[in-house]
Design a protein around this ligand. Structure first.
Ligand code: GLA
Length: 349
C-alpha cells in the first residue's frame, strides 16, 4: 500500500492519502480526512481504467466542500427531524445544519475529522480507519468508536466494513457518500445510467425531506426501479416526491431482510459497459441524483461538477428513525456492536 502526504490541516496535522491496488490493476485512493475515497479506477469493457468517483485535487477542497464527496458520513447518515430525538426518556438536541433539521452528523460530522489509519490485516489490499467521537459531539450521547475498513478485492469490489461501539446508549447510522458516474467522465450527467433497486417501497417525505413515517409502494410511480430504468426517464415528471427532492433524493425500503448482505441495486452505463452492483446488509438505500450540484465545486482536474453529473447510493437505516418507532432501530447500547457491510462491485458487459 502506497502512503503519501495529501496536505496539512490548519492545526498542523498531516493528512495522508493511501493507494490500494488489486491484482487486476484497479486502484482506490483514500484519505484519512473524512475517511474519504478520493479516486476509484476500474476497467471499462475494453480494459481501460477510468475514475468513477467525484473528488477534489487538494485537501482544501475537502475542508471547504459541502457535498460529502467520497466520505464516511456520521454519526447519523441522512436527516433527523428538527435534530431532536428521545432515547430512554431523555431528550437530545443535535446541531441544526439543513434548514430546520440535522443532516449527516452535523456541522463537523465524520466527514470533517481526521481518522487514524493503518493497513488492514487481510490478504486483500485494505485500509482500516478509526475515529473516536466523544460524548456530546454535535449533541450525540456517548463516546462512539467507529472502525471502517476499506478493501479493494481482486474481483474489483470496494468492500466497506463498519464496526461501532459506545459507552452510553446512543444512535449510530453511518454511510458512504461517493458520487458515481460510470462513464469515467463527469462532463455528462448520469441521466442515461440504468438503475435497478430491489425495493417495493420508499419512505415518502414532506418538505425538508423528513419521512412522513409511511411506506409507499413504488408501483406506477417514477420510483419504480424494480426493473432497470434510465434515471432520466421520469426524473422530471410531475410528482410531489420528485418536487420535494428536486429529483431523486429518497430512501428505498430494500427487500430481503436487513442483517444479511444481499444484492440491492445495479447501475449500468452503456457507453463504457461498466456495471456497478451494490450489496449491503442495511434496510435502506438513499438514492440521491446529485440535484444540488451546480458546477461551483472545483473537482479533480479542473472538473466543474454540474447538476446530476454524479449519483449516490447510500446504504443505511431509514431517515429520521429515532423519531419513527416503526422503522428498524438505530439504537446502540454499551456491550453491543454496530456492524455494516456494503460492497460496490464493478464488472462490465
Ligand atoms: C444526501 C442528502 C441530499 C444532500 C446530499 C449532500 O444524499 O440526501 O439531500 O444533502 O446528501 O449534498
Amino acid at each position: 500500500m502506497k502512503k503519501t502526504i495529501f496536505g496539512k490541516l490548519p492545526d498542523g496535522r498531516e493528512v495522508h492519502q493511501y493507494t490500494l491496488k488489486n491484482r487486476s490493476g484497479a486502484t482506490a485512493q483514500i484519505i484519512d480526512y473524512g475517511a474519504a475515497v478520493t479516486s476509484l479506477k476500474v476497467p471499462d469493457r475494453n480494459g481501460k481504467m477510468g475514475d468513477v468517483v467525484m473528488g477534489y485535487d487538494s485537501l482544501q477542497g475537502y475542508i471547504d466542500g459541502t457535498s460529502y464527496f467520497g466520505a464516511i458520513v456520521g454519526r447519523y447518515g441522512n436527516r433527523i427531524g428538527k435534530g431532536h430525538f428521545q432515547l430512554d426518556g431523555k431528550d437530545y438536541q443535535l446541531t441544526i445544519n439543513d434548514g430546520e433539521n440535522h443532516l449527516h452528523g452535523g456541522k463537523t460530522g465524520f466527514n470533517k475529522v481526521l481518522w487514524d489509519a493503518k493497513a488492514g490485516n487481510s490478504e486483500e489490499a485494505s485500509l482500516r480507519l478509526q475515529y473516536i467521537s466523544r460524548d456530546g459531539e454535535e449533541g450525540y450521547p456517548g463516546t462512539v468508536t467507529l472502525i471502517v475498513t476499506y478493501a479493494l478485492t481482486d474481483k474489483n469490489e470496494l468492500r466497506i466494513d463498519y464496526e461501532g461501539t459506545t459507552d452510553k446508549p446512543t444512535i449510530l447510522n453511518p454511510t458512504h457518500h461517493s458520487y458515481f458516474n460510470l462513464s469515467g467522465s463527469f462532463d455528462d450527467t448520469i441521466l442515461n445510467h440504468l438503475l435497478m433497486i430491489d425495493a417495493d417501497g420508499i419512505t415518502p417525505v414532506g418538505k425538508g425531506l423528513i419521512p412522513t413515517g409511511q411506506i409507499e409502494s413504488v408501483a406506477k410511480t417514477p420510483m419504480d426501479f424494480r426493473t432497470p430504468m434510465a434515471i432520466g426517464a421520469h426524473i422530471n415528471d410531475e410528482n410531489e416526491q420528485l418536487v420535494f427532492g428536486k429529483g431523486y433524493d429518497h430512501n428505498w425500503v430494500l427487500k430481503g431482510g436487513a442483517g444479511k448482505v444481499r444484492k440491492v441495486a445495479e447501475l449500468y452505463e452503456a457507453g463504457s459497459g461498466r456495471m456497478m452492483t451494490v450489496l449491503t446488509d442495511q434496510p435502506g438505500l438513499q438514492f440521491y441524483s446529485g440535484n444540488f450540484l451546480d458546477g461551483s465545486a472545483k473537482g479533480k482536474n479542473g472538473a466543474a461538477y454540474g447538476r446530476r453529473s454524479g449519483l449516490c447510493l447510500e446504504a443505511q437505516a431509514f431517515p429520521d428513525t429515532p423519531n419513527k418507532p416503526q422503522f428498524p432501530s438505530v439504537t446502540l447500547r454499551p456491550g453491543q456492536k454496530y456492524r455494516q457491510t456494503t460492497i460496490y462491485a464493478f464488472s462490465t458487459r
